[in-house]
Design a protein around this ligand. Structure first.
Ligand code: NAD
Ligand code: TYD
Length: 394
């Protein structure tokens, strides 16, 4: 019997898991191709899956861009159910060899004749930072759009062959394949009032969100045209362990720990809807097990805050002075408010967040306090150049 409480503590993430996640029965073990698994959400997801599903195999394909960090997976690297491959999702040849199994045979990665051809894809791999997309959109097009299309095409070729799959055969009891596209609330654009549902039209405003929306459209097209069993999830802003300190919360926590100013764009009244990363990972797990191909699921915890409210609270929690706040020039095209209606995933799949915003914030601050060497190493590297370029003349 696996002691979940012990496993979770070993990971150093959190002891508050409060499952049940539905466990599917009588399925052949799943082999997941997780892309972008060395990043923030992907690495949390891999920890989650290793802990929760003792018979699932994971292949992590990650290019290790500035945002990919194998230190995020140190406690997983020797797990026999986990393999890491450094590579690009836009590399057609490599991705094809992963789906055909040739890669594993050629690299002796299949002891015990284990078949590592993926029957599930969870596509996290992306360029993910809006500010970087404003500096240079090109890598966003390459990875977020072209890379997604390469994965979709490989899945189509190897899962469906010349036939299209009968979508009705993809039921909960017999679930051969799922392509889970990890998307974002940012594809809906900004709204002053109300909340976006899965039916809301897409209206992305940044090069980042435009590239994610394009990928969503491609996923939809592969479902409609070929019946490739694609599911799209769209989650709100995440916070938690292992987030690269270019994003607001880890940037603010680490700057505050260094007693440096915290840059707030514009008037600080832009609103984001926050969710703890482990709740997002659980929602993805629910979706893999109970979600329906062709569907879209919004994921959110209904925790809207203005950036200013968020940073005020963060500084209180950290016992740091509010005078660290520094208003700086706004982000071009800055979306005013994101807000998701996530009632569908709760109604249809039974998912609910476990963490309140306060709990998530405290757990996140604790993690950065306890993992100083992780973020200090990042901040010493190329990050310093990025920071100077982004903030020194603002
Ligand atoms: P991240 O930037 O922390 O990690 C991205 C990972 O993808 C890195 O490990 C990077 O090395 C890898 N990668 C980049 N290009 C690649 C390529 N061409 N081939 C293979 N690997 C590549 O991002 P994140 O915050 O963990 O976000 C993961 C996914 O979740 C993204 O698709 C993002 O759009 C989505 N998302 C993020 C949030 C959020 O708040 N962070 C919210 C909703 C959705
Ligand atoms: P961010 O973490 O970049 O996520 P996103 O833009 O994808 O929502 O930013 C969250 C909010 O914080 C957003 O409104 C922009 C704002 N922000 C700042 O005010 N200062 C900063 O230094 C950063 C990085 C973000």
């Amino acid at each position: 019997m696996v002691r979940r409480d012990l496993l979770t503590k070993t990971q150093g993430l959190s002891s508050k898991t409060q499952y049940p996640i539905p466990k599917t029965q009588n399925l052949r073990p799943k082999t997941l191709l997780v892309t972008g698994g060395a990043g923030f959400i992907g690495s949390n997801f891999i920890h989650h899956i290793i802990t929760e599903h003792s018979d699932w195999e994971i292949v992590n394909l990650d290019k290790l861009t500035y945002a990919g960090n194998l230190e995020n997976l140190q406690d997983t690297e020797n797990n026999p159910r986990y393999r890491f491959i450094k590579g690009d999702i836009a590399d057609r040849k490599l991705v094809g060899a992963l789906f055909s199994g040739e890669y594993f045979a050629a690299n002796s990665l299949t002891p015990n004749t284990q078949d590592l051809r993926p029957n599930i894809v969870v596509n996290f791999a992306a360029e993910s930072h809006v500010d970087r997309s404003i500096l240079d959109a090109s890598p966003f097009i390459e990875t977020n759009i072209k890379g997604t299309q390469v994965l979709l095409e490989a899945a189509r070729t190897h899962w469906l062959g010349s036939k299209t799959q009968d979508p009705t055969s993809n039921t909960q009891d017999l679930r051969p394949n799922i392509f889970l596209q990890v998307s974002t609330d940012e594809v809906y654009g900004s709204t002053e009032k109300g909340k976006f549902t899965e039916e809301s039209p897409l209206s992305p405003n940044s090069p980042y969100s435009a590239s994610k929306a394009a990928a969503d459209f491609l996923c939809h097209a592969y479902w409609k045209t070929y019946q490739l069993p694609v599911i799209i999830t769209r989650c709100s802003n995440n916070l938690g362990p292992f987030q690269f300190p270019e994003k607001l919360i880890p940037l603010a926590i680490t700057n505050a720990l260094e007693n440096k100013p915290i840059p707030i764009y514009g008037d600080g009244l832009n609103v984001r809807d926050w969710i703890y990363v482990l709740d997002h990972c659980r929602a993805l797990d629910f979706t893999l097990q109970k979600g329906k191909p062709g569907e879209i699921y919004n994921i959110a915890a209904n925790e809207e805050r203005t950036n200013l409210e968020l940073i005020h609270r963060l500084l209180d929690v950290m016992d740091k002075p509010q005078s660290l706040i520094k208003f700086v020039a706004d982000r071009p095209g800055h979306d005013r408010r994101y807000a998701l209606d996530a009632s569908k995933i709760s109604r249809e799949l039974g998912w609910q967040p476990n963490y309140s915003f306060e709990e998530a914030l405290t757990a996140t601050v604790d993690w950065y306090l306890n993992n100083e060497s992780w973020w200090r190493k990042i901040k010493r590297g190329d990050y310093a150049k990025y920071y100077a370029r982004m903030y020194s003349h603002r």
